[in-house]
Design a protein. Structure first.
Length: 274
């Protein structure tokens, strides 16, 4: 992804919702060359950083006049029924709609705009806040190659991007990568608590957990080896790691728990879609 595409973007981009995810996307767009004068942000509770962008030309909560080239929907899914009518007034026949709302389907989005609207549904995750997220996207049949390329650039401003053809896969994506950071944070909590139980001072336990997880994650990202091989490389037969893995990989252990957890999160995502 290059900044050239965003720096030459024509038209108006409307961002509905500038919370954690919407704000992360906005930050990424600006860092990759998008002109603030081409941005309109709809946010009822703007923070100081967002308000400061007004001095650079960003339009904050402007009246619904004119037709946007792109509308990005980053509000909570439960707020959608109240937000969508106003967004519909900002959309024209050539408007591209990009939604990161969990559970709200392409069908729901198509029904909220005029017939024939190009719609992309995407699921990012929290590391987008530091430019290290991953987003999975799916497009309806109205999205052109040029529009898909634009969406790819908008999403790539916060990290990696993957595309799927089957929208039903987004429920599992939500369970794995959308919710996944919470699982990693829980691992850090549990590792810290276990270290304290083993006698380590709390500050040291916290740092060991943080740095171990961060370092192992970066090693996994950079390595050509798969996770199983990396795990095996750390594990000496009869050693300390093997003793711990006998518990974690035993009956009802980590893999079983994770498989059950992902299945439950996937089911809940489908329930939210209605």
């Amino acid at each position: 992804m290059t900044s050239r595409t965003l720096s030459t973007f024509n038209g108006q981009l409307v961002l509905a919702g500038a919370g954690k995810m919407g704000g992360a996307m906005l930050k990424g767009w600006l860092a990759h060359g998008l002109n603030p004068k081409k941005l309109a942000v709809l946010e009822p509770q703007p923070d100081k950083a967002l308000a400061a962008l007004v001095r650079r030309g960003l339009a904050l909560n402007p009246p619904g006049r004119g037709k946007a080239a792109v509308i990005v929907i980053a509000v909570k899914p439960q707020s959608a029924p109240q937000v969508m009518p106003a967004l519909g007034q900002r959309a024209g026949k050539s408007t591209l709609v990009l939604s990161i709302m969990a559970g709200r389907t392409i069908g729901f989005l198509e029904n909220s705009f005029s017939s024939g609207t190009a719609v992309v549904r995407a699921m990012p995750n929290l590391p987008a806040a530091i430019g290290r997220g991953i987003t999975v996207a799916v497009a309806n049949r109205k999205v052109s190659k040029a529009q898909r390329a634009l969406v790819d650039d908008l999403l790539a401003a916060t990290g990696a991007v993957e595309w799927v053809e089957d929208e039903r896969l987004l429920d599992a994506v939500t369970a794995v990568s959308g919710s996944g950071p919470a699982y990693v944070f829980l691992l850090a909590e549990a590792l810290t608590a276990a270290a304290i139980s083993a006698g380590l001072p709390a500050p040291l336990a916290d740092r060991l957990a943080r740095e171990t997880i961060a370092g192992a994650g970066e090693l996994l990202r950079r390595s050509r080896l798969n996770a199983a091989t990396l795990r095996q490389n750390v594990t000496s037969p009869g050693g300390t790691t093997a003793a711990a893995l006998d518990i974690l990989m035993g009956p009802g252990g980590f893999e079983t728990l994770m498989t059950t957890a992902i299945a439950m999160a996937t089911r809940r995502s489908r329930e939210l879609a209605g």
